[in-house]
Ligand binder design. Structure first.
Ligand code: GDP
Ligand code: IMO
Ligand code: MG
Length: 426
């Protein structure tokens, strides 16, 4: 048994992972992101000050912790430099001493962002992506035409790979989308400039992570997005292009499965989703606006209003299975404080049948009717509660039901956005 832990989202992202990772980072030495890119937006509130993370692990607020952007990530250097500047302006120390970037992570280029937009326009069913070029960058990775962070530091290799890509993209984009084309020289100049600014952060993170592991240091793996956005296990095709669930850790860092001691799954006390795709428990009435306002449910990355709905225990139970969740963290309980009653989805009805699991067919999943179990609300402010026993009995009943249904013990309950607003459950 070891103390290394993973923190993963169990819904459609934005579960409050950033806040939980910030808290748990205090007890680890190294924080590693293993997938995704700046489609992620993790918010941490410390002493009333708000910090937004997109690429940099949320552990960076703790001085002395090493933060690693693993090889499974896709890195937009412009977004990264922007984030570094913003965090530094807020007083956060960022240097190669506490931030390292995998040389074999893939780089996002303007032609990826462009294609992300083009594909959204021509699809009959938009995904509602973040438009950051995430999917197209992973496409190039798997097509073996991607350019990696380390390639930027070898101008000869970089320019030759870039030339191949520009030739291919310009040909296709012109034919299919009527786009004028990208200037190879401009992109080369721009990216060689970025290379100069990021080179000191870039290294062989596989060796680095094995070294810290052998030294017995504790590692936290920071998941981005959530299991229902995982490209294999989520509501495909309305997903992101990486493995947000624990499986992504090993291919996304170079560390083996035995490194992982514990998996912590994070779920909101209700559900949200940004972008398109089925969402059976989505509120169809004024409740949506109420929860969106109370929960501040607007995207950290794109500012889009998040769709809101009741907690879907069927999906979370599935996510608990897929990730092998050892401990469940329930966030944003306080957002439900004023409600008369609260519902939890415990099954789906489809054409007169009852489904107990999440159906594969997206057409079926889009037309299921949730079966709810209704709980009385507690109508008490929970934001100042710091002990589980002190929660109103209705809130405890709600949480205990969720824990039992999804099959994971609750180790933390979050009752506000600040670092201090949390209940540790024995
Ligand atoms: P992440 O992507 O999973 O890290 O989540 P986001 O940061 O995108 O979204 C979660 C939002 O909820 C952020 O604005 C957090 O500051 C906020 N938040 C986190 N936990 C709580 C909580 O327990 N209560 C309330 N009211 N807000 C919270
Ligand atoms: P964090 O880490 C919520 C959603 C997008 C879209 C779909 C595909 O903050 O939880 P993409 O740009 O990845 O190709 O978009 O995935 N999405 C997220 N939703 N939180 C996120 O990250 C997300 N990252 C991507 O809205 O529906
Ligand atoms: Mg987020």
């Amino acid at each position: 048994m070891n103390n290394n832990l993973a923190v993963v989202g169990l819904q459609w992202g934005d579960e409050g992972k950033g806040k939980i990772i910030d808290i748990l980072s205090a007890g680890v030495d190294v924080v590693v992101r293993y997938q995704g890119g700046n489609n992620a937006g993790h918010t941490v509130v410390k002493d009333g000050k708000r910090y937004a993370f997109h690429l940099i692990p949320s552990g960076i607020l703790h001085p002395g912790k090493l933060c690693v952007m693993g090889n499974g990530m896709v890195v937009d250097p412009l977004a990264l430099l922007h984030e570094i500047d913003e965090l530094r302006a807020q007083g956060v120390e960022i240097s190669p001493r506490n931030l390292r970037i995998a040389e074999n992570a893939h780089v996002i280029f303007p032609y990826h962002r462009k294609l992300d937009g083009f594909r959204e326009k021509i699809r009959s069913n938009r995904i509602g992506t973040t438009g950051r070029g995430i999917g197209p960058c992973y496409m190039d990775k798997y097509a073996r035409s991607g350019i990696r962070v380390g390639d930027l530091l070898n101008p000869r290799l970089f320019l030759s790979k870039l030339a191949d890509n520009i030739r291919e993209k310009n040909g296709i984009y012109r034919q299919v989308f009527g786009y004028d084309g990208f200037s190879e020289e401009e992109i080369a100049r721009e990216y060689l400039g970025y290379a100069e600014r990021i080179k000191d952060f870039v290294c062989d993170t596989v060796s680095l992570l094995h070294q810290v592991w052998e030294e017995g240091k504790t590692i936290l793996f920071e998941g981005a997005q959530g299991t229902m956005l995982d490209v294999d296990f989520g509501t495909y095709p309305f997903v992101t292009s990486s493995n947000a669930s624990v499986g992504g850790i090993f291919s996304g860092t170079g560390l083996p499965p035995k490194v992982l001691g514990k998996v912590i799954g994070v779920a909101k006390a209700y559900a949200t989703r940004v972008g398109e795709g089925p969402f059976p428990t989505e509120f169809k009435d004024a409740m949506g606006d109420l929860i969106r306002e109370k929960g501040g449910e607007f995207g950290t990355t794109t500012g889009r209003p998040r769709r809101c709905g009741w907690f879907d225990a069927v999906l979370v139970r599935y996510a608990v299975q897929v990730n092998g969740v050892d401990e469940l963290v329930v966030t944003k309980l306080d957002v439900l404080d004023n409600l008369e009653e609260i519902k939890v989805c415990v099954g789906y009805r489809y054409e007169g049948r009852e489904l107990e699991t999440f159906p594969f067919d997206i057409d079926v999943f889009s037309s299921v009717v949730p079966i709810y179990k209704t709980f009385p609300g507690w109508k008490v402010d929970t934001s100042s509660v710091r002990r589980f026993e002190e929660l109103p009995s209705e809130a405890k009943a709600y949480l205990n039901f969720i824990s039992e249904f999804v099959g994971a013990r609750i180790s933390m309950v979050s009752v506000g956005s600040d670092r201090e607003e949390v209940i540790f459950v024995d």
